[in-house]
Design a protein around this ligand. Structure first.
Ligand code: ADP
Ligand code: TYD
Length: 216
């Protein structure tokens, strides 16, 4: 397997954009719009998400919805495994796509682990546990959609028929803080763009497009 350059910047490789944010921040809405815009520009994108729909991701979904109970450390470790499979899977792994020149947009990547799991355990542990993934592929850019937890909660209440394990306001407030702590901690290694998510869908989409254009 070929490892990919830091912040994968080789000319013939596809770019890799990770979307991050608290639950309900608007990631999937914006990925759909960016994907369409890319298509209009003639750039074919592969869109994907974590947790994935692999057997590893399915286990995570069963924990998130309370069907399986386990310790938070086990959840963090399952995300590590799901992420590695997401990168390395022979059938639709991200590494192969990037090496073939495909642009990949993912709804969540390792910053989600750094932010969500460090509420209950040391962030350094989570970063170390994800060291294989960051060693294999860093995003060309991480786009953090920064939405106020109250606004995100209102959006979740309107759009979901059930609440998952982490969709509580007090938790989202902490997760948002942890994201910023992780960005600060890794500012020498990671390229992160923070986008104000408290605006209309269109305003956010235009802002993202202005920022992403430069990487194409
Ligand atoms: P995420 O993927 O981050 O959980 P979604 O994109 O699914 O968030 O958005 C959650 C809900 O909020 C959806 O119903 C979506 O239509 C709505 N939504 C997304 N962005 C905005 C926005 N800027 N203003 C108002 N509602 C939004
Ligand atoms: P999902 O329903 O896909 O969320 P959303 O549409 O809000 O992005 O559920 C993903 C949940 O998993 C979300 O609460 C964040 C959490 N998560 C982690 O705790 N660790 C991780 O590494 C990842 C990728 C997600």
């Amino acid at each position: 397997m070929d490892n990919i350059n830091k912040n994968n910047e080789s000319a013939d490789q596809g770019i890799f954009i990770a979307f991050e944010g608290i639950d309900g921040s608007g990631k999937s809405t914006q990925i759909t719009i960016l994907n369409e815009r890319m298509k209009e520009e003639g750039i074919h994108c592969y869109t994907t998400m974590e947790p994935t729909d692999s057997p590893f991701g399915s286990l995570i979904h069963q924990i998130m919805t309370g069907r399986i109970k386990t310790d938070n450390k086990v959840i963090a470790a399952l995300f590590v495994a799901d992420r590695l499979d997401h990168l390395l899977n022979d059938v639709d792994g991200i590494v192969n796509k990037i090496n073939e020149g495909t642009t990949v947009l993912t709804d969540r990547y390792y910053f989600s682990s750094y932010a969500y799991h460090s509420v209950d355990m040391p962030m350094e542990w989570v970063i170390q546990a994800n060291g294989q993934s960051s060693g294999i592929l860093r995003p060309t850019v991480t786009i953090f959609i920064d939405t106020d937890p109250d606004t995100a909660m209102e959006r979740i209440a309107k759009s979901r028929d059930h609440q998952e394990l982490f969709e509580k306001k007090s938790r989202l407030v902490k997760v948002r803080e942890k994201y910023f702590e992780a960005f600060e901690k890794l500012k020498g290694e990671e390229r992160v763009i923070v986008i104000d998510g408290n605006r209309s869908v269109q305003e956010i989409a235009d802002d993202i497009w202005e920022r992403v254009k430069g990487f194409l």
